[in-house]
Write a protein of this length. Structure first.
Length: 149
């Protein structure tokens, strides 16, 4: 069975792949794995003592990936894990982790802020709205196909 992409699909795929490559290069430039980069990116936005569950939700990574990466970052001295009730853990940045955010993550966040500013508020909102709609439709179609099978 042959299923060819439309020109629009090809262009959209190319944009998403280019964006993914940009994010991977940013992580590599920071000397971090993609997962560690995403975790630091989320930690920059959160309060001290956040949970691994929250980090997983906001970074769109599996709990297993976050758990493994956080243990690695702890061993490297970037953060500490404090055990709570049951399986709950709180994550706290140490000075080396704070330095990574200050030196590697914050400049990228500022770069993204300037990019959205140059794009203009109306265009930025339209991009967010259309991308959100695209993701919702992908999920809907996937659910419909699962129910049909």
């Amino acid at each position: 069975m042959e299923c060819k992409q439309s020109v629009e699909q090809q262009k959209l795929d190319a944009v998403y792949k280019e964006l993914s490559q940009y994010q991977h290069k940013a992580a590599s430039h920071a000397g971090l794995s993609d997962s560690a980069f995403d975790i630091f990116y989320v930690l920059m936005q959160l309060e001290e003592g956040c949970s691994q569950k929250t980090i997983a939700q906001l970074s769109w990574q599996s709990k297993q990936t976050v758990n493994s990466t956080i243990k690695t970052l702890e061993k490297k001295g970037y953060l500490k894990i404090e055990k709570g009730k049951g399986k709950e853990c709180s994550i706290y940045l140490l000075e080396p982790g704070t330095a990574v955010i200050r030196e590697k993550i914050a400049p990228l966040v500022e770069h993204e802020r300037r990019m959205l500013e140059k794009m203009g508020l109306e265009n930025a909102r339209a991009l967010i709205e259309l991308t959100t709609q695209y993701v919702k439709l992908l999920k809907t179609i996937e659910e419909e196909e699962q129910h049909a099978n």
